[in-house]
Design a protein around this ligand. Sequence first.
Ligand code: ATP
Length: 275
Amino acid sequence: MNVQARNLRATIGRVEAEHVSIRLGCGSTAIDAVTDMSFEILPGEFVCLLGPSGCGKSTLLGALAGHISPLSGRLTLDSMPVKGPHPERGIVFQHHTLFPWKNARDNVAFGPKMRGVGRAERRREADSILDLVGLNGFADRYPGQLSGGMQQRVEIARVLINQPTLLLMDEPFGALDALTRLRMQELLLEVWEQFRTTIVFVTHDIDEALLLSDRIIVMQAQPGRIQQEIKVGFDRPRTADITLSGEFLRLKQHCLKLLRGNRREDTLARLSPLG
Ligand SMILES: Nc1ncnc2c1ncn2[C@@H]1O[C@H](COP(=O)(O)OP(=O)(O)OP(=O)(O)O)[C@@H](O)[C@H]1O
């Protein structure tokens, strides 16, 4: 993608949430997974949702993807209400969703195929995105012939080929070993430098959130809500070397304190007879 296209992309992808509440289930078993969340994400911004298990991160991501409707409030992408799934909002999960009977190229070319792009062109596009995610020479392999990290690269390529305005990532590297995970984080940063699409990335991992994002939205549970927003101002392009800096450790300590506070509150809520 050329520089002009990149700049153009950075003018779209503004996310706004106004007093969004999400209830899951119904009747007496319904759960208020997210309550009164308001935030804005700028075009081309990389935002992490960080918080303890059950605080509603995946639920919020599901609402941004259009898979879940909020009970109340307003969720928009470039001022248009989010209603139902759409290729402009691509999602990458931790678990693999590749078609096992298609090779990497055909998995990646699936979106363009559905849009009616001709065979030669979609193969060319798929090969070029596979190159970008470091899978040059692996296009003919089937998912079962690829490592976990490689499969996750194919997942990312499969979403990027649709040039999403908003890329939603739900703990995409959570199942990878530490070294592969680090490589994938650096790869994502490199790819994002080129695409500059808005990213909302869910993680439990403080280091991951600090390495990747421009801003962290720290959430707390019961009910899921925003605890604090933290600006992460490290220069870009970034590599994992920043994790050794004093400023990184200072921010990490701050996040830890917030999450530990969360845990203490959760335990007290469980122990209290008043709930
Ligand atoms: N289908 C469902 N029906 C009812 N409640 C649900 C459903 N899915 C999730 N929940 C509940 O909604 C709350 C938020 O869950 P969610 O998965 O969004 O949290 P999370 O922060 O992403 O957690 P984790 O980090 O463990 O994935 C939790 O209390 C969870 O038990």
